[in-house]
Design a protein around this ligand. Structure first.
Ligand code: HEM
Length: 136
């Protein structure tokens, strides 16, 4: 798997860009997620305020940050959330796919500010997350 020495810097720059261009990306991310897979939307029926969705997005991004940097807890987080989500009725392939949905949403928000290096970094980190998840 390709290594990027500056993955954390590039990921951080991409997140800053998104936050400059959008106060709250969560609605866009989840709209895209539910269009891609309508069967997922009912799983959030208890989340009336959107707080759980917002929190889930934050945790997913923090996990990518940790994968890009120190790697203190990302492996444990991914493996335990995979089990929790299995209990929620989220299949493994949808769990992985969330990161791809976030990438596509963020790239759309960032527009012409998004760089090829950001794309490579996100893709590499998602592959890293997928490798952790595939390693039972
Ligand atoms: C398409 C993929 C995913 C789906 C469909 C999904 C679905 C859900 C659902 C339905 C809940 C709410 C459970 C409830 O009502 O109690 C939830 C919560 C949560 N999810 Fe996901 N999830 C996905 C991917 C992920 C990923 C990749 C992560 C992190 C690495 C993650 C982390 C969390 C966390 C931390 C919560 C709890 C949030 C809170 O209650 O504060 N999820 N997820």
């Amino acid at each position: 798997m390709p290594e990027l020495d500056n993955a954390l810097d590039v990921l951080t720059a991409s997140l800053e860009l998104v936050s400059q261009r959008c106060d709250d990306p969560a609605p866009l991310v989840y709209r895209r997620l539910f269009i891609e897979n309508p069967a997922i939307e009912p799983l959030f029926v208890r989340d009336k305020s959107g707080m759980v969705r917002g929190q889930m997005l934050s945790v997913a991004i923090e996990t990518l940050m940790d994968l890009a940097g120190p790697g203190y807890y990302a492996t444990g987080m991914l493996q335990s959330e995979r089990v929790n989500h299995d209990g929620l009725g989220v299949p493994m392939e949808n769990f992985d796919a969330f990161f791809v949905t976030v990438l596509h949403s963020f790239r759309e928000i960032a527009g012409d500010g998004w760089t090829a290096e950001m794309d490579t970094t996100w893709t590499m980190l998602i592959a890293r997350a997928q490798a952790v998840l595939a390693d039972r």
